[in-house]
Design a protein around this ligand. Sequence first.
Ligand SMILES: Nc1ncnc2c1ncn2[C@@H]1O[C@H](COP(=O)(O)OP(=O)(O)OP(=O)(O)O)[C@@H](O)[C@H]1O
Ligand SMILES: [Mg+2]
Length: 267
Amino acid sequence: MKTIAIINLKGGVGKTTTAINMAALLASRHDKSVLLIDNDPQGNASQIFECYESWSDTCGAADILNGGQPVRYFRSVGAGDNQNGIEIINANISLLGADNALRASTERQDNRYRAFLSTESVTQQYDYCIIDNPPALLMCTINALCAADEVIIPVTLDNWSLDGVETITKQIEELKALNEKLTIAGILLTNYKKSLENEAAEKWLRENCKYRVFDTQIRRSDKVTAATYYKKPLDEHSPRSAAAVTYRKFVNEYLERAEEGGREHGI
Ligand SMILES: Nc1ncnc2c1ncn2[C@@H]1O[C@H](COP(=O)(O)OP(=O)(O)OP(=O)(O)O)[C@@H](O)[C@H]1O
Ligand SMILES: [Mg+2]
């Protein structure tokens, strides 16, 4: 099982949109077995997959932080020949309480996700675990980074976001002290619209960033916000929209590069 944390400490850059669509596409278009963890007290990924329990004083992500067993919700994704299922561990605001309790605990604080994700029943069941993260370095975020093999950093192009790349990559490098296998799979340009400024910012990023920037840019499309109201991944809500097309292209690129990496390492 490969665990991928989708992270950026900046808000609204497309983390959740990337996590839910990548999870859905890996299952529906690539026949992978996928676990999606909503690790954000906002619960946006849980809302899309209709397992957001605002009334509950706990949630799956909080259960993991508390050392318990989370409920996993099965949801169908895709359509026609590409229909498949994913499982989701939900979140709500109770995750913040569990986060604070863990921070105050005298026990080891960084290994709750790693302990859950390394159990045999989880590693045997899934090919991929995708973790959607909040725009902050909470204990739950640190736990996700300590359990992950890779991170993908969604970025929207503006002057502040480019600073954000530096902040998060620095944090990730520091966290390697706790999780030496952690690598940055790449930076993903999201919500992308062609303009002179964006082209210049993209060129600067590709030339100056020491990490991989994925070739695919996720295009801006009104259908992305619409899909949140219909509670559907893009490939189901509007498969021909520019954002759906580019998310499919991105997942293909991700898998091709992962395979190339595996061959280089003799896997
Ligand atoms: N490709 C896109 N085209 C148009 N709108 C987009 C695109 N990607 C994301 N958005 C919109 O931008 C907003 C933020 O996206 P999203 O919730 O995925 O970001 P986030 O990084 O998870 O935010 P947060 O930090 O609050 O968790 C949403 O309203 C979403 O619909
Ligand atoms: Mg989000």
